[in-house]
Design a protein around this ligand. Structure first.
Ligand SMILES: NC(=O)c1ccc[n+]([C@@H]2O[C@H](COP(=O)([O-])OP(=O)(O)OC[C@H]3O[C@@H](n4cnc5c(N)ncnc54)[C@H](O)[C@@H]3O)[C@@H](O)[C@H]2O)c1
Length: 330
């Protein structure tokens, strides 16, 4: 299949691109290379893909790419993806995540693409207490500007399926971690701070629970749904590996041989969702997918990757010091 992959220079998108190339798909990456995008992630496959530096909100540019490439399917990852940044300023989130998705849906409709895979998030469901799981038909209750922008894009995709019969599939992954994650998200923040022996900021008391999902498993689930999923459907994809943030931090410190005294509790994120957990039986039942990498193995591989790629991580954090001060106030 010929795939347009938006956001393919990002964390999850690049893992998807590497796997799609291995499966002999023809891959066209469209990415504006925001602060979070980096072609270094695609180095291993650079000779096997076509790359366009373009903004998904730029209608003319996107139209031209579709006209030239005539894709069979679109896999749409491009987004502003960090909740904390959306709390500081939601402008870019609404523009890229909603208006950008609209541009892509329109181009996909015009070119009658065979599949439009819209990558959403578990965060659209809002928060859970200690018990329960979200299913695909749970109501959407997004609580941050980021999750609102993603839920809005989901609704637009739904409307394009219903109104224009565009074959949209919505996929909701849980919290990803793994190689190449930009060091503004919890795991790489903890790893770089620990390597520098600096205070590790943890929101509140670190009691928030996330379902940690190894990025290679996530990309594999998306490829499986691309091939086997049903048009117009929503699929939750997740690992079942729930962990409190504080336990994730302690695991990393122990793997790095660092002291827990580096942990510094900071004022909680405004509107911080307590817990996310999803039931992902539907994708297992309908597409025959299951996760392969458990948390203990995934976290070990992630720490090992970060130790081997310190140059990349430390180059990235040069831009992050001021941002961290603004967000964590430490
Ligand atoms: N990381 C997670 O834990 C997670 C969990 C669930 C869902 N998601 C979703 O998965 C997708 C990928 O997430 P990620 O963590 O890889 O994000 P990321 O921030 O690492 O990458 C996003 C990519 O999109 C590109 N991009 C941003 N705005 C763009 C624009 N206007 N035009 C073109 N390209 C643009 C960036 O350059 C970057 O390469 C996002 O849609 C995100 O909402 C992420």
């Amino acid at each position: 299949m010929k795939l347009i992959v938006t956001g393919g220079a990002g964390f999850i998108g690049s893992e998807f691109v590497r796997q799609a190339v291995r499966k002999n798909h023809a891959v066209v990456v469209v990415d504006k290379l925001s602060y979070a995008g980096d072609l270094a992630r695609l180095k291993d496959v650079q000779d096997s893909i076509t790359f366009y530096k373009a903004d998904i909100t730029d209608k003319d540019a996107i139209k031209q790419i579709f006209a030239k490439e005539k894709p069979d399917a679109v896999v749409h990852f491009a987004a502003e993806s960090h909740v904390d940044r959306s709390i500081l300023n939601a402008d870019e989130f609404l523009t890229t995540n909603l208006i950008g998705t609209h541009t892509l849906l329109d181009c996909a409709k015009e070119h009658k693409v065979g599949r439009f895979i819209n990558i959403s998030t578990d965060e659209v469901y809002g928060e859970l207490g200690e018990q329960g799981q979200f299913c695909e038909d749970s109501p959407l209750n997004p609580n941050s500007p980021y999750s609102v922008s993603k839920a809005s894009a989901d609704m637009l995709g739904r409307a394009y399926f219903r109104t224009y019969k565009l074959p949209v599939i919505t996929i909701r992954p849980s919290n990803n971690y793994g190689p190449w994650q930009y060091p503004e998200k919890l795991l790489p923040v903890v790893i770089v701070k620990a390597l520098k022996n600096e205070p590790i900021p943890v929101y509140g008391k670190g009691a928030n629970v996330r379902e940690w999902f190894y990025v290679a498993d996530c990309a594999n689930a998306i490829l499986t749904i691309l091939e086997k999923g049903k048009e117009g459907e929503v699929y939750n994809i997740s690992s079942g590996d729930e962990r409190k943030n504080i336990d994730v931090v302690k695991t990393i410190l122990s793997l790095l041989g660092k002291d827990e005294s580096l942990i510094t509790f900071v004022k909680d994120r405004p509107g911080h969702d307590f817990r996310y957990a999803m039931n992902s039986n539907k994708v297992k039942r309908e597409c025959g997918w299951k996760p392969e990498v458990g948390f203990d193995e995934g976290i070990r591989k992630t720490v090992e990757w970060c130790l081997k790629h310190q140059d990349w991580l430390f180059e990235k954090i040069k831009d992050l010091e001021g941002y961290w001060k603004k967000v964590y106030k430490v």
